[in-house]
Design a protein around this ligand. Structure first.
Ligand code: ADP
Length: 270
């Protein structure tokens, strides 16, 4: 196990300690807003205070993610229902996608089943890939989330028909803080840490991640997860939380095309 970086450990402790006061102050402002009628000025100021606390919260989450990447902690395991992981991401992001007329199409076999893994971190993987598919898409674009399983693996892919990625950038895509700086492309907010976290989570589940992409045609991010990561102990496993299944296909009911995604034979799958 590699030694922990003391600065990152300090960052983790500070970020962790900031979580409680931020949550508390947010709670008090919300209570304050519900306590009675406010003047227009009071409403505006308290909305601003909430918005800046939300930005702080995002920053703290980012710092905790950076610390998590550095820490060599084993994953926590549950039986994760793959349908839930995908439906939750689609529901969470369809609003933000809808604002730019981007359709999200879901194509998941009902028998795709479960994988053993950390539910929160695996949700983060799917959410992050779908969020990127929205961010780096064009207005009126589409996103296809697909999942298939066999006895040993589950293959999840997120495809978009957005700006795509030039071949020269592909080897660096999962490096921390890597962002493609394109002067022509509209600036998109980001930190460059998301895909590094995604790869970190997939690695910890002994899975593989790879991307197929072409500029101006779009990208497909593929994740292959073993149903049972080797080092996971069976006696630590809890039953999956089942939720109601969401309707398949996209918001416009369009045809969901087949993905050709098979893992490439080269390197670590990138
Ligand atoms: P962020 O989105 O915060 O910049 P990520 O680590 O998630 O960080 O992504 C790294 C970079 O990879 C992005 O800045 C973007 O240039 C590129 N990228 C990620 N997903 C896509 C996508 N679906 N289409 C095109 N480019 C992408």
């Amino acid at each position: 196990m590699k030694p922990r970086d003391p600065w990152i450990e300090l960052l983790r402790v500070v970020a962790h300690d900031l979580t409680a006061p931020i949550t508390a102050v947010k709670g008090y402002i919300e209570l304050f807003q519900q306590a009675g009628p406010m003047t227009e000025k009071q409403q505006r100021f308290s909305d601003r205070a909430l918005a800046s606390l939300e930005r702080q919260e995002e920053l703290v989450k980012l710092l905790l993610d950076i610390a998590w990447l550095d820490a060599n902690k084993p994953i926590e395991v549950d039986e994760c229902d793959v349908v839930n992981l995908i439906d939750n991401a689609a529901v969470m992001l369809e609003h933000v996608a809808g604002r730019r007329n981007i359709d999200i199409h879901v194509d998941v076999n009902d028998d795709v089943g479960t994988v053993l893994g950390d539910v929160q971190r695996l949700s983060q993987v799917v959410n992050n890939l779908v969020f990127n598919a929205v961010k780096y898409n064009r207005d009126g674009g589409s996103i296809w989330i697909r999942a298939r399983g066999d006895a040993d693996h589950v293959h999840i892919s997120v495809r978009d028909n957005g700006r795509g990625i030039a071949a020269e950038h592909l080897p660096y895509l999962f490096d921390p803080y890597f962002r493609i700086d394109s002067n022509n492309a509209a600036k998109v907010e980001g930190t460059g840490i998301g895909l590094a976290i995604v790869k970190g989570v997939v690695d910890k589940h002994q899975g593989r991640i790879w991307v197929e992409s072409a500029p101006n045609e779009g990208s497909t991010f593929n994740v292959l997860l073993p149903r049972r990561p080797l080092e996971v102990r069976k006696d630590t496993v809890r039953a999956p939380i089942k939720r109601k299944r969401r309707k398949q296909t996209g918001t416009n009911g369009a045809h969901v095309p087949e993905s050709n995604g098979q893992p490439p034979v080269n390197g670590d799958g990138v």
